[in-house]
Design a protein around this ligand. Structure first.
Ligand code: SF4
Length: 598
């Protein structure tokens, strides 16, 4: 790979040897693990989970853990032309030489990159075709329904991996020691999987049979052996304060997406927005103590020299002592040129301490996520937001000299009507006008509009998704509504991309054949709009005889066996059903029509 760097863009993606990277002699360890991120280096290196596992696993003397990222298209061409296998950044070991190859599954639209990386790494894609090692393992949010990609994995891990990964390594090491050296036979691999299946959170897809009704719905999901659990329980790290945190992360040579310290202050979220899968994934809510956070921040700064520190969680404004934390961090880093930044906030959670936030988080844009344009729809999705509070906060932000506010919205939510889209336009203009009251100028607003995608393990998991045409129409309608305001910048997610994400996120095992066909036809980096090719996907569905509408557009009956019914993420089914029934009961009975003109 190294000899080909002069012919690709951003060679820094492939050279390794960065500050704090760890290189071990493979002959002195028992288990070699490749942590694979199915996207480019700049995206993968911004991910806290990858840094965490890299540092945690490398703390063990018996483990060598190395990083592998998806090569960009130019590098893939070179690798295929010159038959260069995909290898790790640390020791340039070929992917198929590792014992465990673990993929971080963050986004359904990176699934074809998983197949591509296996292929480039010399590993057969289907688990049924693989003999011996490496074990191919998947973890991350997508494993809440891993069925669409199940054919390609030996193991999935559901939940937070800090404790369980160490157990997996111990079992792997113990079983392998008892099996003796040399190639791992089919029987020995089965023996390994048998032992690993006993770890809470581990799901071995080949140990479960899926039956289908003649109409295509899942009929049943049954364990192949009596001792296997019917439901695989998500794993959670309860003591966050003592959980591992990577204070010596690898510092890249090149600019990455989030080039800063990501200090995780909390897991989980006190809110229960009905569309939100993250709140199910990371429940229950747990915080790190302030003293712990200050120490972690100081240590990480000393080890990296980063100039920005971002307070990470699903809803950082809800951290119990957020204002005190920000002031103390500010005090700690005073004069050291470290900027403190915050992700999306709830307006009500920062009302009292806004002054502190504006004083100590210099420069950056403050982000809010109202998601829907009217009180009615926000109630349907259970998004608690008081518009008066949002406007008050917006006014104070502009008053403090900030030029821009960022807002997130979704189109296509269940029960949405055109009045709700009018409400989005109105809300944006109201926020912008908060500056007008101060100095006569419109305030800057950056708006990101995504499409609602029903996700597993949420109260909306039974909902139908809007068609591509309907979503496109709604985007056009909203654009027209605020076209005249040049202070508003809008960014819309591509509806066809959202549609496919909707297909794979609620898919069953049969979709593995579509993924493989899509990959064979050249689909890669599907989450990147410039590489997304919807026609190829349509063709892949046609050739495999599966209908994407069946997965995305169909409202599920509440009694239906869902493809992810055997995954228990800790949120009771009864709660999800009650929530969905409440939404259904308030559904408008008329057909929604777009107003004739605006
Ligand atoms: S506030 Fe954000 S993270 Fe929390 S439930 Fe709502 S959408 Fe999810």
């Amino acid at each position: 790979m190294r000899n080909s760097l002069d012919s690709v863009i951003k060679p820094g993606r492939y050279i390794g040897n960065e500050w704090n990277s760890i290189h071990k002699d493979h002959s002195s360890v028992d288990v070699k693990i490749a942590l694979c991120f199915p996207d480019i280096y700049e995206v993968g290196m911004s991910h806290l989970g990858l840094k965490l596992l890299y540092s945690l696993l490398n703390q063990r003397e018996d483990v060598a853990c190395e990083r592998v990222f998806a090569p960009w298209m130019d590098m893939e061409r070179v690798m295929r032309d010159k038959s260069i296998p995909l290898s790790s950044l640390e020791t340039h070991t070929h992917l198929n030489q590792f014992d465990i190859v673990g993929f971080s599954l963050q986004y359904e639209m990176s699934y074809t990159n998983v197949l591509n990386m296996l292929d480039l790494g010399g590993i057969p894609k289907e688990s049924s075709l693989r003999e011996g090692l490496p074990l191919v393992m998947g973890g991350g949010p997508c494993t809440l329904n891993p069925e669409s990609i199940a054919d390609f994995f030996d193991i999935f891990f559901i939940g937070e991996a800090e404790e369980a990964f160490l157990e997996i390594v111990d079992i792997f090491k113990g079983v392998r020691a008892s099996q003796g050296k040399g190639e791992v036979s089919h029987r020995e691999k089965e023996e390994l999987l048998f032992h690993l299946a006993k770890v809470q959170g581990v799901y071995i897809p080949s140990f479960y049979n899926v039956g289908y009704e003649p109409c295509g719905k899942v009929k049943d999901i049954t364990p192949r052996y009596g001792w296997l659990p019917e439901k695989i329980k998500k794993r959670t790290v309860l003591d966050l304060d003592n959980a591992h945190y990577p204070t010596k992360p690898v510092v890249p040579f090149i600019q990455i997406i989030h080039d800063r310290i990501g200090l995780e202050v909390m897991r989980g979220c006190p809110s229960k927005c009905r569309f939100c899968q993250a709140t199910s994934i990371y429940s229950p809510r747990r915080e790190r103590s302030m003293d712990k956070l200050l120490n972690l921040a100081k240590e990480t700064f000393a080890n990296t020299g980063y100039e920005e520190l971002s307070l990470l969680s699903l809803s950082t404004g809800d951290y119990s002592n957020i204002m005190e934390l920000i002031s103390r961090l500010h005090e700690t880093f005073k004069g050291k040129g470290v900027k403190i930044s915050l992700p999306s906030l709830r307006a009500s959670s920062i009302m009292k301490g806004l002054e502190t936030i504006l004083k100590f988080t210099k420069g950056g844009t403050i982000t809010f996520a109202p998601e829907a344009g009217t009180e009615r729809l926000r109630e349907v999705i259970n998004k608690r937001l008081k518009i008066e509070e949002l406007l008050k906060v917006a006014r104070l932000i502009y008053q403090a000299g900030r030029r821009n506010i960022k807002l997130y919205f979704m189109l296509g939510l269940p029960t949405e009507e055109y009045e709700d889209i009018d409400g989005i336009a109105e809300l944006i203009l109201n926020v912008s006008s908060m500056r007008k009251e101060l100095d006569g100028k419109w305030g800057g607003v950056t708006v990101s509009v995504s499409s609602f995608i029903p996700k597993p393990h949420t109260p909306f998991q039974w909902a139908r998704m809007e068609t591509i045409d309907a979503l496109t129409g709604k985007q056009e309608y909203l654009k027209t509504s605020i076209r005249k305001n040049r202070w508003v910048k809008m960014d819309f997610h591509e509806p066809r991309l959202s549609f496919l994400e909707g297909v794979f996120s609620r898919g069953d095992r049969r979709l593995s054949s579509v993924l493989k066909r899509g990959w064979e036809m050249g689909c890669r980096f599907d989450g990147w709009t410039e590489h997304f090719n919807f026609q190829l996907w349509q063709e892949a569905f046609k050739q495999t005889g599966l209908d994407p509408d069946f997965y995305a557009l169909r409202e599920r009956d509440i009694r239906e066996v869902l493809p992810w019914s055997h995954i228990d993420c800790g949120v009771p089914d009864e709660f999800l059903k009650k929530e969905w029934v409440a939404v259904e009961a308030n559904k408008p009975q008329h057909v929604l029509r777009r107003p004739a003109s605006r």
